[in-house]
Ligand binder design. Sequence first.
Ligand SMILES: Cc1ncc(COP(=O)(O)O)c(C=O)c1O
Length: 389
Amino acid sequence: MKALDEDLNKELEKLKSRGLYRTLRTVEGPTGRTVRIDGRDFLCFCSNNYLGLAGDARLIEAAREAAERYGCGSGASRLVSGTLEIHRELERRIASFKGKEAAILFPTGYMANVGAIPALAGEDDLVIVDRLDHASIIDGCRLSRARMLVYGHGDLEAMEKILEKRTGFRRRFIVTDSVFSMDGDTAPLAGIVDLAEKYGAHVMADEAHATGTIGDGGRGLARLLGVEDGVAVSMGTLSKAAGSVGGFIAGSRALIDCLRNRARSFIYTTAPAPPCCGAALKALDIIEEEPGLRDRLMRNAVLLREGLASLGYDTGSSNTQIVPIIAGGSERAVSLSLFLHGRGILVPAIRPPTVPAGTSRLRITPMATHTKEDIEELLSALEEARGAE
Ligand SMILES: Cc1ncc(COP(=O)(O)O)c(C=O)c1O
């Protein structure tokens, strides 16, 4: 025991000396446009609660009603006695929201990816992934034991070369984030769908950050580009713009039936909690019915991106509500983050291994509920930080 602790402490010291040690901060009360930490209010620019729905009174009421009707927990896994009416209702709702035949709910988006990929691909298959795909996609691919090949970020030519050369597999999948979580740029999904059709591959798109934020009715990037039919496996999460928690896959009836039978993170875990499902159902209604929320979010993102560009900050290729400042080394990212903290603004530094070495950053995420003054306050703090560098 002691020897293990000594060993672990050495590893932790190494992380600290490289500026990669992580700690948790505790938010007191709800997470919204502002958050309270250690009794102090901060403007929050680091939440995926993009539309501000996590604290919306209508979602809270829907969660309360679901708890009263179904209880707080589901009590069992889905295939035993954990499937409640509200799970089926939410799955039907997600299917209609995504315009697919069927959908399956997972406790989180992470679990959707690590469950679905190994259920669809195995040793005889090939999975082709973007270099910047989310960790849950990479973990799903590793668990699947399929051959995994990585193409440069958004590089359709590299993808085509792989599709041309690497033949002889039972099935080939291209798996991509639709909105990249740390860069805030979008995948060339129309080109990916074309290539998949040309070479007989299947597309899986992770719409975690596009669900509720992009496309007609907030239905995602595939919808925006009109290529929904070319995405066989459409993954999304209810944990970000939808303000609740949960992951899903939408697709054909055969696909969803297969996942119900094979996805281990669906089968071997307790069914999602009813209050979260109730909140998610309400969120999907609001997302569809209130496009103004999305408009406000995107207006804030544009205001922020333009302001940062005029201050000389590098925001990479962001074209969504995720706006990074690529700082380079971890120290610069941490010192920018500390500077903002001193000004009452919360934007933690994102460092390796979450992003590649040398690309540490501030990942800034405006929300629909931020005011123009909030964005201006952030920009003016960053202008001061520039001067202090
Ligand atoms: C692209 C992407 N996929 C999947 C996930 C996992 O979703 P969840 O937070 O619901 O587990 C995330 C978020 O962390 C993500 O950014």
